[in-house]
Design a protein around this ligand. Structure first.
Ligand SMILES: Cc1cc2nc3c(=O)[nH]c(=O)nc-3n(C[C@H](O)[C@H](O)[C@H](O)COP(=O)(O)OP(=O)(O)OC[C@H]3O[C@@H](n4cnc5c(N)ncnc54)[C@H](O)[C@@H]3O)c2cc1C
Length: 259
């Protein structure tokens, strides 16, 4: 689909974490049209998963919320979640991008009432909590997610659970036949803000991550500490839910792996 609104003055921002969000709002407030592309179902990136955020030591949701509001209020910003740039060509002032948007199976009518989740039996491992708990296969990615809209896991779309979610929705928000979309757009500049991924601790065999349930990573520790995390903010042993009597921290684990 060609889009007449984009042109050489439009900026493409790839990644909706704090870097992409702030780039998008600053560029838009300086007068540029911005298209923000985020591959997960929500904006905020890794910061949204953290506990208390340095330097203010408040939950990251307070800083993120201000940026969500600036995104919402600025007509110069368009954003796509569950979207990735699959092709990028051109040069300064004249880029061409293909953006692939995966189906959420839930449209803008969603009020996040949660009736679809109540109707669904299937559960999936919760990616937001690094698999430390399970969630229904119709879910909001986390309690402060923006956009605050449900997602249907593709595994239930063609099942009785998908139909049950659709029947339970009073707002016609569930679209089981939602298809992937492709957008072709032109941009004057591109900001790549794709961020970081936690180190794959399974590679550190000697520390026993993956072998012993009570060996966790720093980002899992963040999720344990958060009040709406898998343990409601209690630091407990994943093996039995009991408080640990002693904790060891391995700092810089994986730092010698430059692959
Ligand atoms: C344990 C821990 C504690 C921390 N505590 C603090 C703290 O207290 N204070 C502080 O300032 N910093 C802290 N940090 C650092 C902070 O997390 C990073 O500075 C921040 O996440 C960087 O934001 P970002 O937008 O660059 O990247 P990210 O947060 O990684 O966001 C990148 C976004 O891009 C998306 N993306 C990736 N690839 C693509 C693609 N191809 N197409 C579309 N989208 C894509 C991702 O889904 C993600 O949403 C901490 C980090 C850790 C690990």
């Amino acid at each position: 689909m060609a889009d007449g609104r984009t042109g050489s003055q439009t900026i493409l921002v790839v990644g909706g974490g704090i870097s992409g969000l702030t780039s998008a709002v600053e560029a838009a407030e300086a007068g540029y049209d911005v298209v923000l592309v985020e591959k997960s179902p929500y904006l905020g990136g890794r910061v949204a998963q953290l506990h208390q955020y340095f330097p203010k030591l408040c939950p990251p949701s307070c800083g993120l919320e201000i940026n969500y509001r600036r995104v919402k209020q600025n007509p110069r910003i368009r954003f796509f979640t569950m979207a990735e740039v699959t092709h990028l060509s051109g040069s300064e002032g004249n880029y061409h991008a293909t953006i692939q948007i995966e189906p959420r199976y839930v449209n803008e009518n969603c009020t996040a009432c949660g009736k679809c989740a109540e109707a669904v039996g299937a559960e999936i491992s919760n990616p937001f909590n690094f698999g430390m708990d399970k969630i229904k296969a119709a879910y909001v990615p986390h309690p402060m997610a923006f956009p605050m809209r449900y997602v249907l896991d593709p595994s239930i779309v063609a099942t009785a659970d998908g139909k049950a979610a659709q029947d339970a929705c009073a707002y016609n928000a569930i679209e089981l036949d939602m298809a992937p979309k492709k957008l072709d757009m032109n941009f004057g500049a591109v900001i790549w803000a794709a961020g970081w991924n936690p180190y794959d601790a399974v590679k550190l065999e000697s520390y026993g991550f993956g072998q012993y349930k009570n060996v966790i990573t720093n980002v899992m520790m963040e999720r344990l500490a958060v009040a709406d995390g898998p343990t409601m903010g209690k630091i407990v042993r994943p093996s039995d839910g009991k408080a640990p009597s002693m904790v060891s921290f391995f700092q810089w684990a994986g730092v010698h792996d430059l692959s």
